[in-house]
Design a binder for this molecule. Sequence first.
Ligand SMILES: NC(=O)c1ccc[n+]([C@@H]2O[C@H](COP(=O)([O-])OP(=O)(O)OC[C@H]3O[C@@H](n4cnc5c(N)ncnc54)[C@H](OP(=O)(O)O)[C@@H]3O)[C@@H](O)[C@H]2O)c1
Length: 290
Amino acid sequence: MKMLVFGGSGRTGQVVCRMAQSAGWQVCAPTHAECDLEDAAVVSRVVLHSGADAVVNCAAISGLEACADDPLCAHLVNAVAPAAMALACRHTGARFVHLSTDYVLDGRRPGLKDECTKCKPVSVYGESKREGELQVSEALSTALILRVSWVCGNPAKPSFVESILSKAWHGGPLAAIADKYSLPTHAEDIARVIMELIPTEAHGIYHVCATGEPVSWHACAQLALEYAAEYGALPAVPELKATRLKDAAFFREIRPPHTAMSNTKLHAAGVYMPGVQETLKKTVVQFLSR
Ligand SMILES: NC(=O)c1ccc[n+]([C@@H]2O[C@H](COP(=O)([O-])OP(=O)(O)OC[C@H]3O[C@@H](n4cnc5c(N)ncnc54)[C@H](OP(=O)(O)O)[C@@H]3O)[C@@H](O)[C@H]2O)c1
């Protein structure tokens, strides 16, 4: 069985490629230079000629500021290219899996959001990803769209969890935002969910993230530091200052504050997602043994 992976060099894509290969898939992951997603015609050609049984799109312009700086590029990569993939899969009959984000939500109200929650993105990134979801669904009704959040667990592409551990390791002052809430998703869990759902009839949008109540960046970072100290990698739990979203001067784009997703629909489909603590413990262990 052959799998075509877009974004195979990314935080999630690397892990998806690795896990698919271990599961016996023949994986083809064109690089950015081999297939520029800003060119939908090239994207279509690559899918049509791939002979793939499954196409997985892990590619995106995922930086909020990068999207704001180049909205056209964000639109092409995050919306037009996935639509071209979906349309090409309709012709070839390949299974199509597309990754999206909790940032399609406006995140104004606290609490867990399910797949029926109205989408109202507040950034160029979120808008382009929502447009991608809509275009993919329209092009291919069987497409599977997995919304993920706070992807961690690939030490080669550090997330805020691995970054705080690095800083602690080097003894720098530590701070994390305490008034923005979501749920982390381990990259290996995303890859596993993809493998588990490809052979099923599941289609449409599924929320894929750790199971639990919403947590802040600060709470996640604090837990990660506590685990690192418990495993002997730090002499003690270092002090972690709590900061506020509005003080993050380096964020030029708005971050929605409450975007934690409920994964009840995924669980109902028979797919297990670990809790926040398990997710973070695994991330810390992998970071320490890298
Ligand atoms: N990271 C998170 O916390 C997070 C949270 C929520 C949702 N998501 C979603 O999860 C998915 C995976 O995110 P990620 O963080 O793993 O992504 P990432 O690490 O930023 O990787 C993005 C990938 O897309 C490729 N790419 C970007 N522009 C391209 C272009 N024009 N042509 C070809 N390839 C291009 C990159 O290749 P090059 O590096 O070679 O350009 C890279 O392989 C995305 O859909 C993202 O929106 C991520």
